[in-house]
Write a protein of this length. Sequence first.
Length: 221
Amino acid sequence: MKLLLHTCCAPCSVYCIKSLREEGIEPTLYWYNPNIHPYAEYKARRDCLREYTKLVNVELLEDDAYGLDEFVCNTYDKISTRCQEYCYPKRLRQAFEFAKSEGFDAITTTLLYSIYQKHDFIKDLMTSLSAEYGIEFVYRDFREGWQEGQDEARRIGLYMQKYCGCVFSEEESGIGREIGRKMKKAGISPTNANVRKFIEENKVDGLIRPEKLKSIEIEEA
Ligand code: SF4
């Protein structure tokens, strides 16, 4: 099987590469992530992946496209649904295009590793793209190796990003940390699940604005 692994970053690739190799599948990694901004962050993730692929001796092919302007033009009017309406389809369709042009017969993505991504949506999208392009989608629930992959990534000192990729997710992540601090002060456990639930409940037009944060009171537990 000649499998292309669309790869969002080095830490997310650790467990995916390991588990595919354990199955006897040698993946070729494919970098195409024009959703990562600003450029310093894009470069940090891309360069880390370059180093990591050398370390574990896996082939990396790149479509090195930094796409801030295109991303903003395509998402400014759909911020709350940007992942499903633009970001995932943009990246994954390109991965299928690339797989087809380079003669790969199977494909999957490290997006299926992250516990923070919209797993079921990605799975369905990959399934329909697979039918459209006639390329096998190798579905795996890589989330089962989440902790193992994170531990290994930290052990070997990979660059660990603090947000998903776009500027909107950077804002949400920063605000999430602030909410976590408020929760702790109020005696509420600032788990990822608690913080995310709080953010979802307090979003306005898909975003939780910094100015809104000031007015948020977290009741004591
Ligand atoms: S939050 Fe992540 S998946 Fe969603 S649009 Fe931003 S970079 Fe893409």
